[in-house]
Design a protein around this ligand. Structure first.
Ligand SMILES: *Cc1c(COP(=O)(O)O)cnc(C)c1O
Length: 387
């Protein structure tokens, strides 16, 4: 009997340790972990650099609160700003919190320039931004909001990648357009660079802020530090989380200077946000991701993986419908029952996770080895051949 509430559908496996791309169950079985704690364990399990950073900081100081200066946070913020479009950073603890903060910043920005009526946020219908009240209503998903009314107002929705639908939903009250650069949970749906460029142009013309949720596709997952870099555009606000902590809970909002100026003392806060322990670990993740060849390796492995998966698709046209993805955010859309397929992969010691639209989501650690990708391909092929 478990004393945990029943809000998760957990697989009946528990792990005693992890090493690199592998997890070892308490029964001693070895699994290839190609979900990485849902795009979190950027550097795999038990990464020596992360263990070292955690231990060093653990012996100094863990938590002091934002009533004080936090040098470790200054260091990570500087790294994030140096490597991205951003000028300023606010640290929080999770993706949902980062997204809520982003929404607050967009509204507060227009309030601060004397346009408080410009406060509506335009999102994609059936998207995913986390499980807090504002974010579930931002998602426009019936399933996620069921039973959680009254509705949080202020969100409008357009159809995925549909520029006409987007234009038709913009009003004088639109403060921000807010969506995931490459959609994870919703089925590994990657916006074209053309679409992203069009949205950026519309936002600039209509003085609307562009918020790109890079909680899942960011921090190198796409093969660039941010997925929007492929489109050569600059957003105004970018919430991040998942990958930046490498397994330690960290969230952050990156923003331009123009936007950041509205966040004066007292406008936002988080007790744990940016604590020294989290910051020391986030800094180490950043250093590893920006090591020479790290991101180009992600792109190289991605090309290889996607090419081989497309070969499998040709061999099993009745099982695989479509291969989707960018970088190491990969989806296999299948015709067969998703739960059964993922269970079969698990039985064959390959861990993956579901996404919407009957998609098997594959998220290896970013430092995955080619031979581990080959092992995954072998298992996927074996499971496909059963159907
Ligand atoms: C996971 C995720 C979130 C929510 O992050 P939490 O840390 O679970 O709150 C928000 N947006 C996207 C795109 C995500 O993938």
């Amino acid at each position: 009997m478990s004393f945990l509430a029943r809000n998760y559908n957990r697989r009946k496996i528990a792990f005693k340790k992890g090493r690199g791309s592998f997890l070892f169950s308490i029964e001693g079985k070895k699994y290839l972990d190609f979900l990485s704690g849902i795009a979190v364990n950027t550097l795999g399990h038990s990464n020596p650099k992360l263990i070292k950073a955690l231990n060093i900081q653990a012996k100094k100081v863990w938590h002091v609160s934002n009533a004080f200066q936090i040098p470790e946070g200054e260091i990570l913020a500087k790294k994030l700003v140096r490597k991205t479009f951003a000028d300023k950073v606010i640290f929080v603890n999770s993706g949902a919190e980062a997204n809520e903060t982003a929404i607050k910043i967009a509204r507060r920005y227009f309030y601060s320039i004397g346009k408080p009526q410009k406060n509506r946020i335009l999102c994609i219908k059936n998207s995913f931004h986390g499980r807090t009240l504002a974010n579930i209503f931002a998602s426009g998903s019936k399933k996620m909001t069921e039973g959680f009314g009254p509705k949080v107002s202020g969100f409008d929705h357009f159809k995925y990648s549909d520029i006409k639908s987007l234009k038709s939903k913009i009003s004088k009250k639109t403060a921000a357009i807010f969506f995931e650069t490459a959609m994870g949970e919703s089925g590994i749906k990657v916006h074209s660079n053309k679409f992203l460029k069009q949205v950026r142009k519309i936002c600039s013309e209509k003085k609307i802020l562009l918020i790109l949720d890079e909680v899942q596709c960011g921090i190198g997952r796409s093969g660039k530090f941010f997925a929007f870099e492929y489109a050569n555009i600059k957003p105004d606000i970018v919430p991040i989380a998942k990958g930046i902590g490498g397994g330690f809970p960290i969230g952050a909002v990156l923003m331009s200077k123009k936007v950041s100026q509205c966040m004066i003392p007292g406008t936002h806060g988080s007790t744990y946000g940016g604590n020294p322990l989290a910051m020391a670990i986030g800094s180490t993740v950043m250093d590893q991701i920006f090591k020479k060849n790290f991101l180009s390796n992600v792109r190289k492995n991605s090309r290889y993986f996607l090419k081989k998966l497309n070969v499998l698709k040709k061999s099993y046209p009745k099982v695989i419908k479509e291969i989707r993805g960018i970088g190491l955010l990969i989806g296999i859309q299948i015709y067969v029952d998703l739960g059964n397929f993922i269970n079969d992969l698990t039985k064959n010691k390959l861990l993956t996770i579901r996404a919407a639209e009957n998609v098997v989501r594959i998220l290896p650690p970013l430092n995955v080895k080619k031979k581990e990708i080959d092992l995954a391909l072998k298992i996927i092929k074996k499971v496909c051949s059963k159907y």
